[in-house]
Write a protein that binds this ligand. Structure first.
Ligand code: ZN
Ligand code: FE
Length: 255
């Protein structure tokens, strides 16, 4: 049976995500931005939380862990390289390690840059990626702890996943990302159409996520540093992909 993914808002602009396996009854939360809205949805669905998959140490991703662990006795898995910064971890993981929700197998992809230990969870057979603050719809996370080349390497790993991979991210930042993306690639017709659709969704109070790897490859400037039109626009025709990415990221930081 397929996994059921329930996405909803927590805090101001964080997404909370629950992944439920009907066959086993197991339910995982990807990060724990806030216990209250997560408990409410678990109650409504009649699901019991069995695990939390933590992507990185920022408070808006871990603050709900203690209360959820207390309430459900769930197992908390997170990045080995941030173990000292994440309270309540039961298991630490590195690149390639497996996590399971019932019989569904996910693999850890290390995606440092936003933080040095940031990880993403890829469920290949289910076609699902949970990448928190590494890749956003039409954007990417700020490079707080790592370097621009490090973040580019992380995004390139995600870009290499199958186009039909369904992508869940940590935040609803898509409108601001779209406003910026069209300044980097003004002649991308698919991006223009997507920006219009995003404005419609947000005006209606609806989420713009999940997205797909394919849609991001075609419209997200942070996955397109190899694109000739973008390079020409930036005057960086002969630069490395990492340098073009870095320039786009710096422009977004001051946009
Ligand atoms: Zn973060
Ligand atoms: Fe965040």
């Amino acid at each position: 049976m397929d996994l059921i993914v329930e996405q909803f808002m927590a805090r101001s602009d964080n997404f909370a995500v629950l992944v439920h396996d009907p066959a086993s009854g197991e339910t995982a939360a990807v990060d724990a931005p806030d216990a209250a809205p997560i408990r409410k949805v678990l109650d409504e669905k009649g699901w019991r939380l069995t695990s939390i998959l933590v992507t990185h140490h920022h408070s808006d991703h871990v603050e709900g862990i203690a209360e959820l662990k207390e309430a459900y006795g769930c197992v908390v898995t997170g990045p080995q390289f941030e173990a000292a910064k994440i309270p309540g971890l039961d298991r630490t993981v590195v690149e390639g390690d497996e996590v399971r929700i019932g019989a569904h197998v996910g693999r850890v992809i290390e995606t440092p840059g936003h933080t040095l230990g940031h990880i993403s969870f890829h469920f290949a057979e289910d076609g699902l990626l949970f990448c928190a603050d590494t890749l956003f719809a039409l954007g990417c996370g700020r490079v707080f702890e790592g370097t621009m080349p490090m973040m580019w390497d992380s995004l390139a790993k995600l870009k290499a996943l199958p186009d039909d991979t369904v992508v869940y991210c940590g935040h609803e930042y898509t409108q601001a990302n779209a406003d910026f993306a069209v300044t980097i690639e003004p002649d991308n017709a698919e991006l223009g159409a997507r920006a219009d659709e995003i404005a419609r969704l947000r005006a209606a109070g609806r989420p713009t996520l999940p997205t797909t790897i394919g849609a991001e490859k075609r419209t997200n400037p942070f996955l397109r540093p190899d694109n000739a039109a973008i390079r020409r626009h930036l005057g960086m025709e002969t630069a490395s992909d990492a340098d073009v990415f870095g320039e786009i990221r710096r422009r977004k930081d001051s946009f």
